[in-house]
Design a binder for this molecule. Sequence first.
Ligand SMILES: Cc1ncc(COP(=O)(O)O)c(C=O)c1O
Length: 503
Amino acid sequence: MNQSAQLDRRFVWHPFTQMRDWLKREPLVIAEGRGAVLRDLRGREYLDANASIWTNLHGHNHPKINAAIRRQLKKIAHSSALGFANEPASLLASKLIAASNKSAGNANLKSQISNLKLKKVFFSDDGSTAMEVALKLAYEFTRRTRGRTVGRASPRAGSSVASPHPKFLSLDGAYHGDTVGAVSAGHIDLFHKAYSGLLFKTDKVMSPYCYRCPFNRAKPERADARDYRKCRFECVGLVEKKFAAQKKKGNPYAAFVFEPLMQGSAGMIPQPKTWLKQVSDIARGHGALLIADEVMTGFGRTNSQLKIKNSKLPLFACQQENVQPDFLCLAKGMTGGYLPMAATLTTQNIFDAFLGDYEEFKTFFHGHSFTGNQLGASAALASLEILQSPASALARKNLENVLRNELQSLWPLPHVGDIRQVGLIAGIELVRNWRTREPYELRDRAGIRVCETMAKRGVLTRPIGNVIVLMPPYCTTTAQMQKMIRALREAVTEVFIETRSTR
Ligand SMILES: Cc1ncc(COP(=O)(O)O)c(C=O)c1O
C-alpha cells in the first residue's frame, strides 16, 4: 500500500462514509486529472462520471481556469471581506447578477419581475453555507417586515410587531447541506434524524416523484415516468393545501425552499414540466419568499436543450420555467469545481431590510473568514467565461443528446426501473423487478455494488441508494460518454443477472 493510502487510513475520516468498510480495503488515491479523466497514484485511469461529486464543469486541469488562478496568485491569494473589497469578487458579483436575471425568453416576465430582480450577492464557502445564508436572511427579513396583529395578551393591543416564528416549507426528501440550518430544511431521515434535537422545525410537502407517486395510475413502462404518468397534478394541489392550512394558523409560511427541475440527493428526482412554475406561483400567492437551491442544478447543468441563439444561454434551472426566486443559492460548479466558494443572490428588498443606523444593529451578523476569496472568484470568473461561450453551449447540447441516446441502451435491462435525465444529469433507478417497481432493500447495497463494478471498468461515480448517478463534466467526449454507459450496462448485468444465474 502506498504511503498516502496508509496515511489516509490512519488519519482521515471521510464524509458520508462507513469507515469500518473503508478501512477494509486500500483506498484509491487520486493523483492527477485532465479533462474527464482522473488518474490514481498507480497510474490507472478512470472517467469522472459524477464530475467529482457534481462540482466539475469543464474538466480537470482546464488551461483557462489554471491560468486565471495563476494570474491571481501573483497578486494575492486571499484578503478579508470584513472591511475590504477586492477586484475578482466584485466583478464576479456583477457577472452572477447579470447571468441570474435572464429568463428563457418570456417577454412578459421582464415587467413581472422587475422588482424581484436579484441585485445583491453574499459570498460564502459551499452549498450548505449558501443555504444557511438564505435561510437566515429569509427568517430575519420576515420577522422584520411581516407585522403580526397582537391580541389581548399584548399591553399595546393591535400594534404591529415582528412575526415571532417565521416557518419554512420544503420538499419531502430534500437535502440542502449539512450545517444545522440547512439540515433543518432537509427531510432525509437517514441523514437528519439523529440530529433532530439540534434542529428547528420545518414542514415538508410532497415532491413530484412520478416513478413512485401514489397518484400516478400508469403501469410501469420502459420510459421516463414523467412521460407516461397518469395523474391530475395532485402533488400541486397538496402544495396549495399546505399553504392554505398554514395561513389559517395565522402564521403563513415565510419561505418555500426547493431545488428547481431536479432534486439531487433525494435520488435524482425530476419534476414534470410546469410543476415548478405552478408551485412557485402558489407560494408567491401566499406571500412566501422563494429560496431556490441551485447548488447542483446551476451553471448550465440543466438547460442544454434550449435553443441557442447566442452565447447568452440561461445558466440556471429556475430560468427555464421563468421562475424568479428571492434567493438563488449557488456553489459546487461555481468555480468550475476548482475551489470551495459559494454565493447567495438576493433582491434589493431583502437587502434594504438590513439597512439602518449603526446602533440599530440591523446588520446581517453572519460571515466566514474566506468570504469573497480572490482565488475562488478568479476561478469562477474564468469558468463563467467558458460557460458563456458559444462553443461550450454547443458542446453541452451535443453531450446531452449523446447521453440521451446512450441511456436508451439500458432499458432492456430488467433491473433498470426508471431512467431520468435533466440536461446533463441522469439518475438510473435499479429495481428488483421493473414490472412491479419492487425496490432493492438497503442491505442489498445494489447501488454500491454496481458502482464498485463500474470502477473496475474504469468509471467512477457514487450512488444514491439504488440510484446510479451520471453527471459528466461538459468536456466529456462521445467515446467517453459511451464508455460510462457501457460500464454501467455491464456492471448491472454482472451484479444482478450473471450472479443470479450462477447461484
Ligand atoms: C442541492 C444541494 N444543496 C446543498 C448542498 C450542500 O452543498 P455542500 O456539500 O457544498 O455543502 C448539496 C450537496 O450535495 C446539494 O446537492
